[in-house]
Write a protein that binds this ligand. Structure first.
Ligand SMILES: Nc1ncnc2c1ncn2[C@@H]1O[C@H](COP(=O)(O)OP(=O)(O)OP(=O)(O)O)[C@@H](O)[C@H]1O
Ligand SMILES: [Mg+2]
Length: 273
């Protein structure tokens, strides 16, 4: 009886309610980031639950992108950046010296503000990652991964007859879905999205938001957004940053309706930002 119940797919609302209790996928403790002398991120600790969406909000320059980049070690590519503290994904210390950063970035995909397809065909944009990671044994395997990824990104129907056309020839919203397909293709567990809709119109934005909502069934998603409506629509938990501090983190509804900190209150009511 129990086993049968366990197999019943919970309603979407139950998934939302459970997000708070879901095991942590990413655990950050006392993370600091310095760019030269500038202390950009200050002692940030947070647990990010698996298979849910967490939104990072806060005024420009407060450290949202900086913290996001800590989670797939993109800050390694910025010479002046220095990171201290601890981040674990599934109990694995991602700053461990023996860790393969290329493998890490396959597990932790990233989608940027501006859609950035490679100057290659739609097919090649998605096939690139699986190919360099040796994920396909044959052309048929690769075709399968490309098709499945485009389907999961909600783009397949629109591009299936022109897979060899350049990715850059798609509309902005389609390009962003292509970038999401590219991120998904290597089978990541965590997807980082830094303002993924800021260059998109409301229709394309709605499409991406729907997609994020579907993807959270299988992935842990962290999204930076300047739109509080978007944070409220897509996330189960929200973290508010201010001047490099993580001021407050909790269920999205709580953060937006009864925040604990005055700074959060001021930001969500538009007093600064
Ligand atoms: N590559 C860099 N070199 C030096 N300082 C940097 C660098 N990147 C970010 N900073 C500084 O670190 C602080 C946090 O920047 P970050 O880009 O993380 O903010 P943000 O919250 O993402 O802002 P926005 O909403 O404008 O994208 C800022 O003061 C910024 O000037
Ligand atoms: Mg940013």
């Amino acid at each position: 009886m129990l086993a049968m119940n366990a197999m019943v797919k919970p309603a979407a609302d139950a998934v939302v309610a459970d997000a708070a209790k879901a095991p942590a996928k990413v655990v950050a403790r006392n993370v600091n980031v310095y760019y030269g002398d500038k202390h950009a991120l200050k002692d940030v600790s947070v647990d990010i639950p698996e298979r849910s969406v967490m939104a990072f909000i806060g005024p420009s320059g407060c450290g949202k992108s900086t913290f996001l980049r800590c989670i797939n070690r993109m800050n390694d590519t910025i010479p002046s950046a220095r990171v201290t503290g601890n981040i674990e994904i599934d109990n694995l210390d991602i700053y461990d010296k023996s860790l393969d950063v290329v493998q890490l970035r396959a597990r932790v995909g990233m989608v940027f503000q501006k859609p950035n397809p490679f100057p290659k065909s739609i097919y090649e944009n998605v096939a690139y990652g699986p190919r360099i990671h040796g994920m396909a044994r044959s052309k048929a395997d690769l075709d399968e991964i490309v098709t499945a990824s485009l389907k999961r990104a909600g783009l397949y129907e629109e591009v299936k007859d022109r897979l060899s056309d350049p990715g850059t020839g798609l509309s902005g919203g389609q390009q962003q879905r292509l970038c999401i397909a590219r991120a998904i293709a290597v089978g990541p567990e965590v997807i980082l999205m830094d303002e993924p809709c800021s260059a998109l119109d409301p229709i394309a934005t709605a499409r991406i938001e729907e997609l994020i909502d579907e993807l959270r069934q299988n992935f842990t998603i962290i999204i930076v957004t300047h739109s509080m409506q978007q944070a409220a629509r897509v996330s189960q938990r929200t973290a508010f940053f201010h001047l490099g501090n993580l001021v407050e983190e909790g269920p999205t509804e709580t953060v937006f309706t009864t925040p604990h900190d005055r700074r959060t209150q001021d930001y969500i009511t538009g007093r600064f930002g």
